[in-house]
Design a protein around this ligand. Structure first.
Ligand SMILES: [Ca+2]
Ligand SMILES: [Ca+2]
Ligand SMILES: [Ca+2]
Length: 715
């Protein structure tokens, strides 16, 4: 038996070996790795060596090889070739294949084949294409000016960039607002020399005075778009990243609370910022006051947020060591950049943070004092209050002020019309209000001269606040009624007359014994009464009616030099303006000559009277029978206006004689009136003997009294 062996003589026994970077010695664990779009070199050699290396190349081999691979892999015959291919030419035992992919490849394989050669390690795997990791470490928004205008961004990358991004999209202040797209080819974007830091300076900055993001905390306000190797055939990768606010705060508004009077100590300011700031950072030398172009750092003594939900608005207590340094309207305020103020992230204000102009937060003008007067334009004091005068602690605008007066619970004058209000002179802090007829429940002619009022003022320019002040009584008392009474049936001249005067309010003092003037209507002359009890402690208050008070005065004498014997009904009475009659509430003296006049009621003077008959029975002669009316029982006789009349009747009741009404007036000096009778009837004939009755009537002006006497006639 022979064994038979065959050797085929044909194709040369070379292998095709695929090398990655392991070209000196094939190493199966060697990977071929690159970024998407990269072209990676694969070297194919022909060799006979059992353990092939690149040095064992069979240089005599020239043939065509085909190359294929995992889906997504493409092959080029040069690094710069623009068209891919699967057919490569091996020259002198060697071929170069450039492998690339437009997408990620994980453990891809390459197949190499030629018709007459077997492939030593085909397919070869471990081909990887990955996208580049665009990893932003941190990024910051800045305002390069003091206007709070985001105009630049610094972006720091975790790994060096192979090249500048294709574009970067920015949002501010929200996560989808204020979009800016900056191309990598734009001059706005600069890659730092260390290749890990990009600076963007926006040609079109974001809006001014926006120093804080409105985006949710986890928002990514930047997106880096990167295309590996700038390969147009490769999809861009978008890598969102967060951008931190590095924009310091700005003062947005500043108000100083009006202070009256201005001075040293502290001022109150209301200041708002462009964003929440660290509340604790306000106290100290934190703000700069600019006055007439001169900057002064001012000291904040205390700060209180004016909202419970933010820390962007504060009420500040500002030290004002001298008035010169105090904040006033028209000054400006900005943040002291070297001071303690920071935003919530700790950013200080820009060195040149722009100032705002300080305005004044006005306070309502307070009522310093006020009073009301009874003083008509003509100088008449009629007991009806005419005007209220109010002094404020500063100027007011009448058009801005809504004034209401309260003169007791139901006596109100609400929202007094501007037409009723005037400035007093040129002082716009002093006003006069014409109030006559304005009070509800007080008539336009109602006498009222006492009781404090309360004034309430609301300023249209300062809503929700009001001031109040007391309006005091500066209206003197006036007389509102008067009556005089005689003393009754006194004897021996010990009784006196009483004068009752009702005033609009209680009196405090009287400076004279003749506190009243009276007008005698009949004679049209003025007269006075001397009173004996004008000392206020000796005055008896006989009646009170609300604020009105009635006092009893004792009349010593009537000033008869004027021709007036005694007051009469219909005379009028008023306060003597020189008698220093003062009210009790305010001590206000009635000094107006033309003060309220009131009627004087003269009450009838009681008296007794008798008829005295002489020569009774009467024997007719040349002498008359005396029929005398005799007044007794009053000191005031001479002051009584009496008239008498009467009739004589016979026993049958026939009137035989008459003294007519109006013809028999008492002589005021006397106490008697003799009517006289000569025993003749009305026809002048002597009457016959007999008994007759005499009927006499006396009228004292108020009432009539009668008396009757019997007389006899003897012929
Ligand atoms: Ca900020
Ligand atoms: Ca008046
Ligand atoms: Ca008064």
């Amino acid at each position: 038996y022979y064994d038979t062996a065959y050797m085929t003589v044909g194709k040369r026994a070379e292998y095709l070996v695929t090398f990655y970077s392991d070209t000196n010695a094939y190493n199966a664990s060697t990977k071929l790795s690159g970024e998407v779009g990269d072209r990676l070199l694969v070297t194919i050699i022909a060799t006979k060596a059992g353990t092939p290396t690149i040095d064992s190349i069979s240089t005599g081999i020239s043939t065509t090889i085909s190359v294929s691979g995992t889906s997504g892999l493409v092959f080029y015959d040069s690094y710069t070739s623009t068209t891919s291919t699967t057919s490569f030419t091996m020259v002198n035992g060697r071929a170069s294949v450039w492998v690339s992919s437009s997408d990620t490849i994980n453990n891809g394989k390459i197949y190499v084949a030629a018709s007459e050669y077997s492939s030593y390690n085909s397919p070869r795997d471990q081909i990887y294409f990955t996208r580049p990791a665009v990893s932003v470490d941190s990024a910051f928004y800045y305002s390069r000016t003091g206007f709070g205008m985001v105009d630049s961004v610094d972006i720091y990358y975790a790994v060096k960039l192979g090249m500048i991004p294709d574009s970067i999209t920015l949002f501010w202040p929200g996560s989808d607002t204020g979009k800016r797209v900056i191309s990598g080819t734009s001059a706005e974007m600069t890659l730092a020399a260390d290749s890990s830091h990009i600076t963007i300076v926006l040609a079109n900055p974001f809006a001014t005075e926006i120093t804080v993001s409105t985006a949710p905390v986890s928002s990514k306000q930047g997106i880096s778009y990167d295309r590996p190797n700038n390969n147009p055939g490769v999809q861009e990768t978008s890598s969102p990243f967060a951008i931190t606010d590095r924009v310091g705060p700005l003062v947005m508004t500043a108000q100083v609370l009006e202070r009256i009077p201005a001075g040293t100590g502290t001022d109150t300011m209301y200041v708002s910022f462009s964003e929440d700031i660290k509340a604790s950072s306000l106290v100290g030398n934190s703000l700069i006051l600019i006055k007439n172009g001169v900057s002064t750092t001012i000291s904040i003594l205390a700060a209180t947020a004016t909202s419970t939900t933010s820390t962007s608005s504060f009420k500040l207590t500002v030290s004002t060591p001298t008035p010169v340094f105090g904040p006033v309207a028209g000054d400006s305020l900005r943040i002291e950049p070297a001071g303690p103020i920071t935003d919530a992230l700790g950013n200080s204000a820009h060195l040149l943070n722009r100032p705002v102009i300080i305005t004044v937060k006005p306070i309502p003008a307070a009522i310093n004092s006020g009073y009301y007067v009874d003083n008509d334009p003509s100088g008449k004091a009629d007991g009806v209050v005419d005007s209220v005068v109010i002094k404020f602690n500063k100027s007011i605008s009448i058009g801005d002020a809504i004034i209401s007066l309260d003169w007791g619970s139901i006596n109100k004058a609400d929202s007094i019309a501007q037409t009723k209000i005037n400035y007093v002179g040129t002082d716009s802090s002093l006003i006069e209000i014409y109030v006559r007829g304005l009070f509800k429940n007080i008539g336009a002619d109602s006498v009222k001269t006492s009781g404090d009022m309360t004034a309430t003022v609301v300023y249209k320019s300062i809503p929700n606040e009001f001031v109040q002040g007391s309006i005091t009584d500066s209206a003197a008392a006036v007389a509102v009624d008067s009556a005089i009474y005689s003393p009754g049936k006194a004897v021996n001249g010990t009784s006196v007359d009483s004068l009752y005067v009702t005033f609009s309010e209680a009196l405090g003092s009287i400076g004279q014994t003749s506190p009243f003037e009276l007008l005698c209507t009949k004679l049209q002359v003025n007269y006075t009464l001397n009173l004996s009890n004008t000392g206020i402690s000796s005055l008896v208050k006989t009646k009170s009616d609300g604020e009105k008070c009635t006092y009893k005065f004792i009349v010593d004498a009537v000033d008869t030099t004027t021709g007036v014997k005694y007051p009469a009904n219909g005379d009028s009475l008023w306060i003597n303006s020189t008698a220093r009659v003062a009210d009790n509430a305010a001590g206000k003296v009635q000094s107006a000559g033309n003060n309220r006049r009131v009627p004087l009621h003269v009450n009838p003077i009681p008296f007794d009277w008798n008829i005295l008959i002489d020569k009774n029975p009467y024997i007719p002669s040349n002498d008359s029978m005396q029929i005398k009316i005799v007044i007794t029982g009053t000191k005031m006789l001479e002051k009584v206006n009496l008239s008498a009349w009467g009739k004589i009747y016979d026993v049958l009741g026939n009137c035989i004689y008459e003294w007519k009404k109006g013809g028999h007036i008492f002589d005021k000096q006397g106490t008697e009136l003799d009517l006289g009778w000569k025993g003749r009837n009305t026809q002048g004939r002597l009457v016959g003997s007999g008994v007759y009755s005499v009927d006499i009537s006396i009228d004292n002006g108020t009432n009539v009294t009668n008396q009757r006497k019997r007389i006899g006639v003897k012929r």
